[in-house]
Structure formats: structure tokens, C-alpha cells
Design a binder for this molecule. Structure first.
Ligand code: F6P
Length: 366
């Protein structure tokens, strides 16, 4: 146990997702209401911590934001203090360790506990800050649902709803035109969005990073449907799925990010292969950032509120070095080290994979 906190800093790091504002609101209201503690909103994730951009959150800012997508604080996935892009000359970027600036700002601003809301990248940085002596509490967010030590992250339910609704819409046009519609979804190295969104939308083929696929199995599924009179198919592919005999499809490399790889583009490859391999007309739709935007679902608002309240209790009562997590239906603190030890990917025999197979969905592996 650390010391109780009277001045909490909060930041949102990495890609945004619906529910972040619900966490900010719950942390600040609980800190103030239960402990009389102030909350400093740090702007643009760790960038704001390094650059000393923050302000005390006032009640006006916390009103009416539960249903608001994005983050009122701003975020960035290029602000890792130990891997910080610095322009040393016009057009010349250098990656530097500027963690001393982040630590100095924590002291300057009198932050006695830091709530870091983010995905696995943010949890790794939070752990390093903890090791450097900063009392930290993590809150797991990401549409990817790939943070270890928690059953679920907020933002995921909203993304799955977007995918499911998109597939519903694409199904009617695919059916009218007798086409194969390939839907590329996000998720990085985890296939959770493709799996859950694909099953919810009734996709005929789901391609995941965790289950290697072969073209002939994908073609066979499409051909079988065609032969049985169903002249359209829906293929839901995770951006991180690996091509047969190849690797991930990478859109861009960006050295300013801790993980330079930006995935994207596999949908177009899958559509072209299916068109060539089956003779059926194929189209691709990349859902992209639509999955991250807009209002959170009710489930994500509840999760965000539960996580935010729990994080404020941990921060203000001196329970640091933890991440709040959902375990078997209850919000509990778990050691940060557990959250950073691994990445949570889809077990190939996950019950939803088995359910999908039972209703005839192909994963391109048989
Ligand atoms: O981690 C969330 C996520 O949306 C991933 O699913 C995706 O690969 C990545 O972020 C996209 O990042 P950016 O918004 O920087 O393009």
C-alpha cells in the first residue's frame, strides 16, 4: 500500500475508444465526492505529461460527457517518455529517453497518484513509471480487447456493435448483387473484434490472426454456398490475420510509435484472391476508425463507470501498482505486472469459435 492521494493525475493514452469520457467522469467525481481529492486532466496522453500540459478538472467539464465518444483530454500513441520523438533539426526525428521530464512534471504539479487509462502500450509505460517511483493505477481500454489480466476492456462492445451492424447492412447489398463482401476490421494482433463482430453479424467466413487459414478452404466455403443457391458470402477478416505463406499486411511503419507497425490492407488482398479463386465478384469494406468513433454502448458506459470508480478508490486509498480489471463479473484490482506479462489473444478453441463452427462458419482452416 502507498500513501492516500489528494491530487490525482489522469491521462488517456494510445488510440481513443468509446467510454474514455465515462472513466474520466467517474474518476474525478469519485475522487472529489468520496475523498475530497482534486483531479488533474493531463492532455494528449503521455505527451502532455512530458510537456507539462494539464489542468485541474472542474465539474462543468465532467457534465454531459458519459455518452460522448473520444476523450475530452485528447490522446496520442506517440508519447512514450522512454521512446519520445524529438525533432533535432528541421525534418530530422530522433527517438530519445525523456522520462526525466515526465517525472519532473509529476513532482512539479504535485501529482501523488497517476491514473493511466489505456491499452497494453499504456500499461507498459505505467509499469515503468511505477518502477521509477510514481504511484500508478491502470484502467484497461481498447476496442481490441487484448489487455491481459482482465476479461474485457471498455470500447470493445461498441466496436463489436459497429461491426455487427455494418455486416447487416452489407449483407443486403451483397445478396442483391450476388457478391462476396469482405469486411476488414481492426484488432491489431488479436482477433476478438473479428470473432465477436463476425459471429454477431452471421459472417460465413471469419479470418483471425490466431487461426492460420488456407485459400482453398476459403474458396470452398464460398463455392459451396454458391452451389446451394446462396449466391453471396460475407467474409470478416481481422487486420492482423496472416496471409497463407506470408505474414501480416502492413499499411505503414512509423518509428514514432513504440510498435512501429500499422496494420491494414488485408481485406483488399482477400477480396482479390476470392474473386480470382472462385470467379465470384468480390468487394472490400474497411471499417477502420468507424469502430472507434461515436457514442459508447450502454455496456461500455457501465464498464467505464465501474472501472473509473474503482480506479479512484485505488488511487485515493493508496492501493497503487494495480490495474482495475473485470474478473468473473466483478471489478477488482490486479497487479500491473500481470496485465503487462502477456497479450490476450483468442484461444483457437474459444467457446465462440466452437459456436461459430457449429453454425457453419468457416475459419478457413478446414
Ligand atoms: O489499438 C486500437 C487500434 O484501433 C487498432 O485496432 C488499430 O490497429 C490501431 O489502433 C490503429 O491506429 P491508428 O488510429 O493510429 O491508425
Amino acid at each position: 500500500m502507498g500513501f492516500p492521494a489528494q491530487r490525482i493525475g489522469i491521462l488517456t493514452g494510445g488510440g481513443d475508444c468509446p467510454g474514455l469520457n465515462g472513466v474520466i467522469r467517474a474518476v474525478a467525481k469519485t475522487a472529489q465526492g468520496t475523498y475530497g481529492a482534486a483531479t488533474l486532466g493531463i492532455e494528449d496522453g503521455f505527451e502532455g505529461l512530458v510537456e507539462g500540459r494539464m489542468h485541474e478538472l472542474v465539474p462543468r467539464e465532467l457534465s454531459g460527457i458519459l455518452a460522448l465518444g473520444g476523450t475530452i483530454l485528447g490522446t496520442s500513441n506517440k508519447g512514450d517518455p522512454w521512446h519520445y520523438p524529438v525533432e533535432t533539426a528541421p525534418g530530422k526525428l530522433e527517438i530519445q529517453d525523456v522520462s526525466y521530464k515526465a517525472l519532473r512534471n509529476i513532482e512539479r504539479w504535485g501529482i501523488d497518484a497517476l491514473v493511466a487509462v489505456g491499452g497494453d502500450g499504456t500499461m507498459h509505460i505505467a509499469s515503468r513509471l511505477m518502477a521509477a517511483g510514481v504511484p500508478v493505477v491502470g484502467v484497461p481500454k481498447t476496442i481490441d480487447n487484448d489487455v491481459a489480466a482482465t476479461d474485457v476492456t471498455f470500447g470493445f462492445d461498441t466496436a463489436v456493435s459497429v461491426v455487427s451492424e455494418a455486416i447487416d447492412r452489407l449483407t443486403t447489398t451483397a445478396s442483391s448483387h450476388h457478391r462476396v463482401m469482405v469486411v476488414e476490421v481492426m484488432g491489431r494482433y488479436a482477433g476478438w473484434i473479428a470473432l465477436m463482430g463476425g459471429v454477431a453479424g452471421g459472417a460465413d467466413v471469419i479470418l483471425l490472426p490466431e487461426i492460420p487459414f488456407r485459400w482453398e478452404h476459403v474458396f470452398r466455403k464460398v463455392n459451396e454456398r454458391h452451389a446451394s443457391g446462396k449466391r453471396y458470402s460475407i467474409v470478416c477478416v481481422a487486420e492482423g490475420a496472416r496471409l497463407p505463406g506470408g505474414g501480416e499486411v502492413i499499411r505503414e511503419l512509423d518509428i514514432r510509435r513504440t510498435d512501429a507497425k500499422q496494420l491494414g490492407g488485408i481485406g483488399a488482398v482477400v477480396a482479390a484472391e476470392i474473386q480470382a479463386g472462385t470467379g465470384d465478384e468480390a468487394r472490400v469494406v474497411v471499417l477502420g476508425h468507424l469502430q472507434r468513433g461515436g457514442s459508447p454502448t450502454a455496456a461500455d458506459r457501465l464498464l467505464a463507470t465501474g472501472y473509473g470508480v474503482a480506479a479512484a478508490h485505488c488511487a485515493c486509498s493508496g492501493q497503487h501498482g494495480v490495474m482495475v480489471a473485470m474478473r468473473n463479473g466483478a471489478v477488482v484490482p490486479v497487479p500491473l505486472a500481470e496485465a503487462t506479462a502477456s497479450q490476450r489473444t483468442v484461444p483457437p478453441d474459444h467457446e465462440m469459435v466452437r459456436a461459430a463452427r457449429a453454425v457453419g462458419t468457416s475459419f478457413g482452416d478446414a
